[in-house]
Design a protein around this ligand. Structure first.
Ligand code: UDP
Ligand code: MG
Length: 318
């Protein structure tokens, strides 16, 4: 099979039929062998009924149903798990991403042997203040942290070599950083392609303005994980040693000055009246805490329990 088209969706009943027909048109025009995987992320409208109808008329439509809303990342994760096509395309269900981009994305992955081609909505049809501007800043931060020259990390329209989606773990809200997750997993042939973008035709955006705060916090997490995820002791142990060293020097200073004063029989303040005493105390305690954190982090890493993050309640054609 050439293509898997993975579409996460939450309450997109109005867009679904149009989206499906459009994708089908493109698939037929280029005679692709394909599957379309809809992941219904806990919709409360008629999205699932529509998908059920599509799946009965076309067995190449596969679907996963979440009973509740687990988030776009979890939906993508579930879709990636069952995808079988040589090239996996992800796209949003709201008709903002244009299915006519698919053939070119496919070509880029197969001909140029790329790992990921990430869409770039250069001309964007979203609200300027609430979305376009914050998104520019957000992408700037992501570029710096990731060391990837991408303009639009969070574009829903992307293409992947099958191997890539099988080896990245999209969790939490990390769908914003899939290129970085892939880079960290060793898939570095990442390119960008300008894609056409449409204004949302039906329904409304599912992400509020908290997306940017969450996005930046996730960026810090991902930076930390990619730098110290495999050896947290290198960070915490390092900080611990540094703190301990400062504490030790302070204590040494107190001790030496005490001895000096005693020896020369100079009137001296009590140790607890010396500010260095508190510096030594605090810093050594913090140093110890850093060390303990490092040990605990290493232990957690070793136990590495795989916990279930979402429950699939039904599937179709799969
Ligand atoms: N989506 C989802 N689960 C969620 C939120 C969104 O599956 O919890 C889907 C949504 O239906 C759409 C895609 O993710 O297909 C992108 O969402 P949206 O269009 O709201 O994001 P925006 O375009 O505003 O960034
Ligand atoms: Mg959208």
């Amino acid at each position: 099979m050439q293509l898997s088209i993975v579409i996460p969706l939450l309450n997109e009943e109005k867009s679904l039929p149009e989206l499906y027909n459009w994708i089908l048109e493109v698939m037929l025009a280029h005679s692709f062998s394909y599957e379309i995987i809809f992941i219904n992320d806990g919709s409360t409208d008629h999205s699932w009924q529509i998908i059920e109808d599509l799946a009965t008329t076309n067995h190449l439509v596969k679907a996963i149903h979440f009973k509740k809303n687990y988030g776009k990342s979890q939906a993508l994760h579930a879709g990636f798990l069952i995808a079988q096509g040589d090239v996996v395309i992800t796209m949003d269900a709201d008709l903002q991403d244009n299915p006519e981009e698919i053939p070119e994305l496919y070509q880029l992955i197969t001909k140029d042997n790329l790992d990921i081609v990430s869409g770039w909505k250069k001309k964007r049809y979203d609200n300027v203040i609430t979305k376009n501007l914050p998104s520019k800043l957000f992408n700037l931060a992501a570029r710096k942290v990731a060391g990837l020259e991408l303009h639009d990390f969070n574009c829903g329209l992307k293409a992947y070599r099958l191997e890539v989606v099988k080896n990245i773990d999209v969790y939490g809200e990390m769908h914003r950083y899939i290129p970085l997750l892939a880079k960290n997993a060793g898939y570095t042939k990442i390119r960008e392609k300008e894609v056409k973008h449409q204004a949302r035709k039906y329904g409304e955006t599912k992400f509020g303005s908290e997306r940017f705060l969450h996005g930046l916090l996730d960026l810090i997490t991902i930076w930390f994980l990619s730098k110290f995820g495999k050896n947290p002791m290198h960070l915490f142990g390092g900080l611990g040693i540094l703190m301990f060293f400062v504490g030790f020097l302070s204590a040494l200073y107190i001790g030496v000055s005490k001895l000096y004063h005693l020896y020369h029989q100079i009137q001296d303040i009590l140790v607890t009246q010396n500010p260095w005493f508190y510096i030594a105390l605090t810093v050594m305690i913090i140093g110890t805490l850093f060390f303990l954190t490092g040990f605990v982090a290493e232990l957690i890493l070793r136990s590495n329990r795989k916990t279930e993050r979402y429950k699939v309640s039904k599937t179709l054609n799969h």
